[in-house]
Write a protein of this length. Structure first.
Length: 71
């Protein structure tokens, strides 16, 4: 299995998942804040829009369809 085929399959799968869920929202740890002796944990929200899923899907299909030049 070539690396190109693996990348194409991963892009197609991720594109389908993002489009299927109409975008994906996830949270990561932010920076902890200490204010007057109180420790507060923060989080940051991130959003992957459906357009990114569509681009990943199209990119994966292009990788599958386009032939490479043999030198």
């Amino acid at each position: 299995m070539s690396p190109r085929l693996i990348a194409a399959v991963i892009l197609i799968a991720l594109g389908i998942v993002v489009l299927g869920y109409s975008g994906i929202k996830y949270k990561t740890r932010g920076t902890p804040i200490d204010v007057l002796g109180v420790h507060v944990e923060t989080t940051q929200s991130h959003y992957i829009p459906p357009v990114a899923g569509a681009l990943a899907l199209v990119g994966g299909i292009v990788l599958l369809v386009v032939k490479t030049k043999k030198v």
